[in-house]
Design a binder for this molecule. Sequence first.
Ligand code: ADP
Ligand code: MG
Ligand code: ZN
Length: 478
Amino acid sequence: MNFESVIGLEVHVQLNTNTKIFCSCSTNFGDEPNTNVCPVCLGMPGVLPVLNKKVVEYTIKAGLALNCNIQEKSVFARKNYFYPDLPKNYQVSQFELPICFGGYVDIEVDGNKKRIGITRIHMEEDAGKLIHGENLGSPNSSYVDYNRTGTPLIEIVSEPDMRSSEEAKRYLENLKLIIEYTGISDCSMEKGSLRCDANISVRPMGQKEFGTKVEVKNMNSFKNVQKAIDYEIKRQISEIESGNLIIQETRLWDPEKGVTIAMRSKEESHDYRYFPDPDLVPVIISLRDIENIKLTMPDMPDVVRDKLSNVYNLPEYDVEVLSSSKPIYDFFEATATLCNNTKAISNWIQTEILRVMNEKGVGIMDVGITPSQLAELIQLIDSSVISVKIAKDVFDDVIISGKSPKQIVDEKGLTQIADLSLLEAVVKKVIENSPKEVERYKAGETKLIGFFVGQIMKETKGKANPKLVNEILGKLLN
Ligand code: ADP
Ligand code: MG
Ligand code: ZN
């Protein structure tokens, strides 16, 4: 029997506001445990939450970027459960009336375009973090850090529209890129600011009803999401083929063993006893609010791609590389406002800058060269002050010393020699010193031209203007 898989994804995105969703505690990552806490986020009795306006604004941005309807009225609800990382014993979330409904993300797999529906986006608070003692040398205890408690999250729930792990991966990639472009989150799976749960079921080809779904958690990279989905599809098919029923449950992905493991039977929403939070008034959003937020929206990836190709006249490959990350595009654009040789900017980003990013394991903003320094460097080449070869050394120097390209060129006397009589003298000297090579050259060994250029560059410490050198050499040798 042939089976078809059905996949829906729930993605949690941590918003990068400075403070938490219902109090003014800092959301800073990596601080000493339990230093960013107050009576509100510790769930003390009698305290009142106050909604952070930025959270609403950021969620609307996500909703607009993902083509959702923004609801005029949305309501916070309490999701009740007990766990040590949740001091109130309920999580404030949204249930019946979330802030956004009905969006989509377009994907392309093997040349086929497909639209993946988004059911809803809602706002909620994050829980704290449990740290188990094995990692701290006390295997019998567990610790809890409430710094993360109350950090704002949005949950983006997709329709069960995906039919393969490849489609799921593309959906995630596009979703992440779009959110990254809105600037509301750093979307780092490693830091846990983007988390994905996958719902997976299979059904016989041609069957209309969905099969029973299993939810898989604990995947910390897109690769693992894809692997977990593939594993789960195979497992479910083999269960069905051996005559077993699929149980609706939550499973954990074990990246080391490459398997999913049953964790608990799936809870139903009624298990959570959802009810509207009486401490928080409904969120009312006017059309004017939405219009104002639209004005602050940066360009989304499709608009950026269009700009790169039609305004900056870059080839398709460059467009893909530069639009693949918001910080890279921002860096490109900032440089392009200072220098109109956009192809050169693109080349420098794709070669030297990406190389340093990989070597140092840093983002483009931490490479050590600013857009204005790169623009200056390119202008030095374009105005024939230095050669491309020297420019690469200057680039490395900028990164080490932090000095501007001009300053480095001045201090080290790297200005290209474009003085005709000076260059002619050097060329003459090289020719005089290499009689054998001149003979061979004249006998037809024209590739020796490279030897002469090399000698001239050696004499001038790489500063001779290559175009002039070639002209003079040609003239004098022939
Ligand atoms: P629950 O109430 O169990 O959380 P939801 O209806 O909210 O279920 O759906 C959660 C996620 O599971 C959504 O992303 C949805 O697209 C997906 N989903 C729902 N039914 C199925 C199914 N039969 N197979 C795969 N995914 C599904
Ligand atoms: Mg759900
Ligand atoms: Zn607090």
